[in-house]
Structure formats: structure tokens, C-alpha cells
Design a protein around this ligand. Sequence first.
Ligand code: KMH
Ligand code: ZN
Length: 274
Amino acid sequence: MATLITVAPTGAETTKDACPTLPTTLSELLETARRCEAAGAAMIHVHVRDHEHRPTLDLGRLRATVAALRAETNLIVQLSTGGAVTDSFEDRLRVLDAEPDSCSLTMGTVNFGDEVFANPWPFVVELYELTQELHIVPEFELFDLGHVAALHRLLDTYGLPYGGRVHCDLVMGVPGGMPGTTATLVAAVQALPGAVTSWSATGIGRTTLPVAMAALSCGGHLRVGMEDTLTLSRGRPVRHNVELVERAARLAELAQRPVMSPDDGRELLNIKPR
Ligand code: KMH
Ligand code: ZN
């Protein structure tokens, strides 16, 4: 089985001042997307920044970003509905109006460092029903084992996502969420609903490599990028997202699970051309 690599190049937490190589402008994002696609990424998980490099859910910027990524790459475009911890539920729901191929959908509230990433059940349900109505393929973000239980409840109560495939991403190693260890990954994978058709994993910070290797050995796909990891090794900062994608592609190759093209990714997730 080939490996779907998702690149999450920006996120909402790191500031441009702290990390000047973080792609925060549209042209930096497009340059990043092109290079990461050439290195083996099939999907891009996008957080947008404003003209002062601060996270924003401005609909005009989101629409322009989706259009530009579609024009300049063949990547599957996934918009974050998580945004930043300060974003309102209303703004996070409105992200879907930018008509991405896919969107992230976090399955519950989690402590997020010193903050709280709020995803109460009624919001999760409203967002899920909106993805079904607007024909957007969700990627369920699971930060904790409780989120796996919530995914069972969601699918049992509200049925399958648009397109019929159930793809989730284990986000591991967030301070407040499940630890980024092999034992936890195995426990989470074993607990996934039977309806899950594919899953990826990402380990925050120093958990990146153990989580990636565990995921590959368990049949999972990979998410990498500067949203989650800012160093390649101790004392060696990531200079460009492509370094993380290249390393993930090398790991996938070693595991004899070579990278998947964006078109094969569309088939895996049943994403139709818009
Ligand atoms: N920035 C985090 C609070 C997502 O993209 O859906 C949430 C996050 C998850 O990054
Ligand atoms: Zn994100």
C-alpha cells in the first residue's frame, strides 16, 4: 500500500517573528506547496495568515488561497476548521464556504499547552452535518482516545461522511492530548471504528519520528510539516517544509510503502473534482 503524505506547513501557533521561515504569505505558501508536491506530498492542510502574519479565518483569503493552490498544484486542498484557539465557532463553520476538497474536523475538546482547543459536541455535530450538506470530505482529527470514542458516536448517530470514506488523523504529543508513543498509537488504531477506511498520524515536536515510524509499520499514512515540528533534530531547525516531506518520503520508501500521488489520494478519500 502506498503512503499518503499530508503537509501541514503553517499552523496557527508559531509566530513569524519566532520562525521567519514559516510560510505565512500566499506566495510563500504556493512556493512551499509546489516544492512539497514535487517531494511527495499529496494533500496540504492549510491555515491562512493575514498581512501581519497573524492567523485569520477571513473568507476572502481562504477562497483566494484555495483557488491559487488549485491553479498552481494538483494537491488535495484541506482547510483547517480548527483555526486558532481564539477563533469563534461561527468563523470556524464559515471556513466551509471556501469550498475546499477536505476540511479538518476535531472530535472533541483538548487542553492545548496552556490553552484550550474547544470542540464541544454540538459544534462537532453542526460542523459534520455541514460537511455532508456541502459535499466536503472531512478528516477527523483525534488528539485523544476520548476523541476516538466520539468518532464512534458521531458515525453511529449521523452516518458516513460525504463520499463514504472515513479518514482520520491521529494528532499525538500535544501537551494535553495523547502522548506520541508507539503504545498509544497502537491502542488508538485498535479502537478506531470499523468504518474507518484510512488514517494518518502526526507527532508534535520530538514525537514526529517515533509516531511516523509506528504509523508506517501499522499501515497508516503520514502528516508532517512546520505546523507540528520545527526541528529536524536537536539544534537543527527546519529551514523549509520540504525537508520534512522529503524525510517522510524516505521513510515511506524504506518501509516499502512509496508515496501516493494526489490523484491516488483523491481515489483513497473519494474526493471528486470540484
Ligand atoms: N490550531 C489548533 C488550535 C486543525 O487544524 O483542525 C487546531 C488545529 C487543528 O490546528
Ligand atoms: Zn491545523
